[in-house]
Write a protein that binds this ligand. Structure first.
Ligand SMILES: Cc1ncc(COP(=O)(O)O)c(C=O)c1O
Length: 641
């Protein structure tokens, strides 16, 4: 489609929407306006205000914050919390379910203070609580959650200090639950509870046999590391009975993985857990709550399938499956319906953040013209390539594909063995490019295209160098081949004509994005525009609010990016709710334990020595020391003069 001359001639922003699939993965929060800018509608499509991301990016730079920037759109967080809570409420009403829904947000999914603050603000109305998996997360939860009706769920391995923190929260009136994850934990909890004279609130994490497909399948099943086997659960129950504390056990919890793409796995897990819950009631425990863990997926590629970067269900279907599983299992024995908790993290925060960056340069695929007079060579490689170029025609397209790939390989071999020079290799590469382009252009006009042409298309890409670090801002792209939607945030009324992959500015060959949601041409390439002189070209990576900020690292010492949080007003204006400056060079050096003061002193001594040796003048010494100090105060990413 992208080489179709008719399409290119009549291009509109609607074609761009189709090309990048924004109406599929944008969840009605993101779309393209007529002018060709990506706009955000935080209350949903056709509902309320609309803001251009390009306008925001320009204002951010005018304010002096350089790219890359994490842009957070506060109201989206509010909309996602509302969506989950109100969908559960509607399903509960529709099905006549007797319990209620009270979600918790797992802090690990995005621990930033501003994120937790915004979640507790929007979640208050629904008594949406927090999940903590460590002591610092529990301290954050207790200090941020100004609502005693909401739950604090403590998962993970717990030492005495962790347990004391939770018990003190119970003393202060919080509904703070310890989920017993490993057998030894119960003794410590009971011991500390006796010492602090407080009745603990307890849950058990069960290891289900159900395993969900996808990246996190090991979180469920017999080999999962957390959770109690059925016989370990029996041991804990016996211990509680012995201590006359079975009335402290109110909750069953399980988690079989994040990003569960297939609704059948969600239903299977829920049904199995409900059976365990039923048995706990029969054992005499005062059961009141079922915690279904995380797993509610995000449709990153917009395909609405059970592919690992998608999900084959809606939020409504998810809620129905959970509620109906409970009703189906528990109603048989007239067991009261429990309060439902889900620890949905990804689905709450993913849409809220967009990574914005500018493109610094392009390594282009466009070849130089073929010289009219060819240099004399000692072998027939160049002549063969020219003959192949002249031979490209509908009937010979397969043969030309074979030949060009053969001669491309031959030129490499000849160079390795010293049989052609650097210039001859450059010329051969250039002619190869001309042949590939000619084949690729011809293929568009043919009804039946040989399969090899698709491979040839893959060789025809440009590299766009983006001002960001994949390892800092999109670690899951590197670690687990996560797919995120990526697209330009402006110029979308112009046809993008360059197939591209994106490289970051770390000097690591893994620092690239070369897998995109399944856009219509080929998912391995992204169509992008030429750069214009004196005009920034901005790209956005969408749906990055979950896990990316917390897992990012300092590879190549690229630090935290600038963060800008905006709140979109009802009248279509927006306010910058918060600006956070990213790391300075001195900050990242200190993170890896450099003593910046000592570094400055060492440089001074080196400069002094250079004067003595007459390498530099005293004036040059000043310039060198000034630029060193300025470097330490600079942003770690590429900055404009
Ligand atoms: C125990 C637990 N709860 C909740 C979550 C959050 O999962 P998700 O982001 O898929 O909602 C996780 C993450 O894997 C987890 O380990």
């Amino acid at each position: 489609m992208w080489r179709d001359p008719e399409k290119i001639k009549n291009w509109t922003s609607a074609d761009a929407s189709e090309l990048y699939g924004i109406n599929k993965w944008g969840a009605d929060y993101f779309s393209v306006n007529q002018k060709g800018d990506v706009v955000v509608t935080p209350l949903g499509k056709d509902k309320g205000p609309q803001i251009s991301l390009h306008e925001i990016a320009k204002e951010v730079e005018d304010r002096g914050l350089s790219m890359p920037v994490i842009l957070r759109i506060e109201n989206i967080l509010g909309s996602q919390i509302k969506l989950l809570n109100e969908t559960f409420r509607n399903v509960i009403k529709e099905t006549g379910y007797q319990g209620e829904y009270k979600g918790v947000f797992p802090i690990k999914v995005n621990q930033q203070e501003q994120v937790i603050e915004t979640i507790t603000k929007y979640g208050k109305k629904y008594n949406h609580g927090l999940e903590a998996g460590s002591k610092p997360e529990l301290i954050a939860a207790i200090s941020m959650l100004d609502n005693r009706e909401a739950y604090i769920i403590c998962n993970g391995y717990k030492d005495e200090e962790f347990i004391d923190l939770g018990l003190n929260a119970v003393k202060m009136g919080f509904k703070c639950y310890f989920v017993v994850e490993v057998p030894g934990e119960i003794d410590v909890i009971l011991d500390r509870a006796k010492k602090l004279r407080v009745k603990p609130m307890l849950g058990l994490r069960t290891k289900l046999t159900t395993q969900a497909e996808g990246q996190w399948s090991e979180s469920g099943g017999d080999n999962s590391v957390f959770g109690l086997t059925i016989s370990q659960m029996i041991d804990v129950i016996d211990k509680l009975k012995e201590e006359k504390m079975l009335d402290c056990l109110h909750m069953l919890h399980y988690h079989i993985g994040s990003q569960i793409a297939n609704i059948r796995d969600i239903r299977a897990g829920a049904m199995e857990a409900c059976r365990v819950y039923e048995e706990l009631v029969k054992e005499g425990a005062d059961m009141q709550i079922m915690d279904f863990g995380g797993g509610l997926a995000v449709d990153y590629d917009g395909s609405n399938t059970n592919y690992h970067s998608s999900r084959n269900y809606s939020t409504e279907e998810y809620c129905y499956d959970i509620v109906e599983s409970i009703i189906t299992v528990l109603d048989k024995n007239n067991i009261p319906h429990p309060t439902i908790i889900t620890e949905s993290g990804r689905a709450i925060v993913a849409y809220y953040s967009v990574l914005l960056f500018n493109v610094l340069d392009i390594s282009s695929f466009v070849p130089h013209p073929i010289p009219e007079v060819l240099p004399e060579t000692t072998n027939d490689l160049i002549e063969n390539l020219i003959a192949t170029y002249n031979m490209v025609a509908p009937k010979t397209i397969q043969e030309c594909c074979n030949d060009v790939l053969f001669y491309r390989n031959q030129s490499r071999q000849l160079f390795k063995h010293g049989q052609i020079s650097l210039r001859e290799k450059a010329l051969a590469e250039n002619i190869v490019r001309h042949i590939l382009i000619k084949i690729s252009k011809l293929a568009v006009t043919l009804k039946h295209v040989p399969r090899d042409v698709h491979y040839i298309d893959m060789l025809l890409h440009n590299i766009y160098y983006g001002n960001f670090s994949l390892f800092q801002s999109l670690p899951d792209v590197w670690a687990i081949d996560q797919i995120f939607p990526v697209m330009p945030i402006h110029r979308l009324a112009e046809p993008p004509l360059n197939p591209a992959i994106i490289s970051d500015i770390t000097c690591d060959c893994d620092g690239k994005i070369d897998n995109f949601p399944d856009y219509d041409h080929d998912k391995k390439l992204l169509m992008l525009h030429d750069l214009k002189e004196n005009e920034e070209y901005y790209l956005g990576v969408f749906l990055v609010g979950a896990y990316q900020e917390t897992l990012g690292d300092l590879h190549n010492l690229f630090g935290d990016t600038n963060v800008v949080s905006v709140y979109v007003n009802d009248d279509g204006t927006y306010e910058v709710a918060q600006e956070l400056e990213g790391d300075y060079v001195a900050d990242v050096l200190e993170y890896v334990e450099y003593d910046v003061k000592a570094m400055k002193n060492r440089l001074k001594a080196l400069a002094e020595d250079s004067i003595k040796k007459e390498f530099i003048t005293p004036k040059e010494r000043k310039q060198i020391l000034d630029s060193f100090n300025e470097g330490l105060r600079g942003y770690t990413y590429y900055e404009k003069e």
